[in-house]
Design a protein around this ligand. Structure first.
Ligand SMILES: Cc1cc2nc3c(=O)[nH]c(=O)nc-3n(C[C@H](O)[C@H](O)[C@H](O)COP(=O)(O)O)c2cc1C
Length: 303
């Protein structure tokens, strides 16, 4: 038997395969495709303090080996999340990591305190990285703000705290270091890369929001680079995200230094993939003669 469990400071998961926020609905939508009990955990769509209608359509467009989205955190707000979605989520036999976003440090800490009142939530993931929302403070691009928001959330509740970072910065290392300094249990790397698509015949951008976030296989090498850089420079567990669609992708992120991974865009075109990857991970570790997934984490050898 291979031990697939991983610990990210105060958060222990039965295995390192999670599903990414915004790509798995509130889990209910995926019930027919995935045995949730197989997964390391689920991360529902980002919740904000109040309902948001999101950005004008079109909000998604396919690109070479990827997609652009500018959903704009369309969600029903925290009250509805707690009333309608959380009871269902907490009934699932898997870790539920609630992903929150706010416009101020106070927003984050108030939401964290409220989520923290519900026994059974495994952790909080702070979305300080959404590229499609204007008007909010850019916590994810400023180390001091990143540290302050993580610290405030840690003080507001007892849940493990994961900071989800944006790659749209000159260097992700100081932001990850600041999150660690603020007391984050782990960092999730990465959210989408800012991009755009143009319909040249109409001389118009395709997305209603003009700019969007690129995800899918196209970003995998970029995301791997972020994981590698943070793993080598910051002492904090990493959850790798970006273009993962096969077991080889999972293994590359683990070897680069991620203790766990999230499957995002692949859920849209292959909804059962997350559960299958858990099975495949178990098999490949056994074939490699390993008894423990942790042995592979950060095992990359560089010249
Ligand atoms: C349609 C769509 C919606 C997303 N919504 C959210 C969100 O609400 N909160 C969040 O933290 N990340 C969101 N993301 C980002 C993903 O969780 C993930 O970080 C990113 O897509 C990179 O992973 P991937 O290449 O596997 O998709 C969204 C991504 C997509 C494609």
């Amino acid at each position: 038997m291979v031990d697939l469990s991983v610990s990210l400071n105060r958060l222990t998961l039965r295995n390192p395969i999670l599903v990414a926020s915004g790509t798995f609905g509130y889990a209910r939508e995926m019930e027919a495709y995935v045995d949730f009990a197989r997964l390391g955990g689920v991360i529902p769509k980002t919740v904000t303090p109040l309902p948001r209608i999101g950005n004008p359509p079109p909000r998604t467009v396919e690109t070479a080996s990827g997609m652009l989205n500018s959903i704009g955190l369309d969600n029903d707000g925290l009250d509805t999340f707690i009333e309608k979605h959380l009871p269902y989520l907490l009934g699932l036999d898997t870790a539920v990591i609630v992903n929150i976003a706010g416009r101020s440090v106070d927003d984050f800490s108030t939401m964290a305190a409220r989520v923290g009142e519900h026994p059974g939530v495994a952790a909080l993931e702070l979305n300080i990285s959404c590229p499609n929302v204007s008007g909010g403070v850019d916590f994810g691009t400023n180390p001091e703000l990143a540290r302050d928001v993580v610290r405030a959330v840690r003080n507001a509740c007892d849940l493990p705290v994961i900071a989800k970072l944006t790659p749209n910065v000159t260097s992700i290392i100081p932001i990850a270091a600041a999150a660690a300094d603020g007391g984050a249990d782990a960092v999730s790397l990465v959210n989408t890369f800012q991009g755009m698509a143009i319909d040249w015949r109409r001389r118009r951008p395709i997305l209603g929001n003009v700019l969007g976030g690129l995800s899918g296989p196209a970003i995998k090498p970029l995301a791997l680079r972020c994981v590698f850089q943070v793993a080598r420079n910051v002492d904090i567990p990493i959850i790798g995200i970006g273009g993962i669609q096969s077991l080889d992708d999972v293994m590359e992120f683990l070897v680069a230094g991620a203790s766990a991974v999230q499957i995002g865009t692949a859920n849209f075109y292959n909804p059962g993939i997350s559960g299958r990857l858990v099975d495949e991970l178990e098999q490949v570790l056994a074939t490699e003669g390993l008894s423990n997934v942790r042995e592979i984490v950060g095992s990359l050898q560089t010249p």
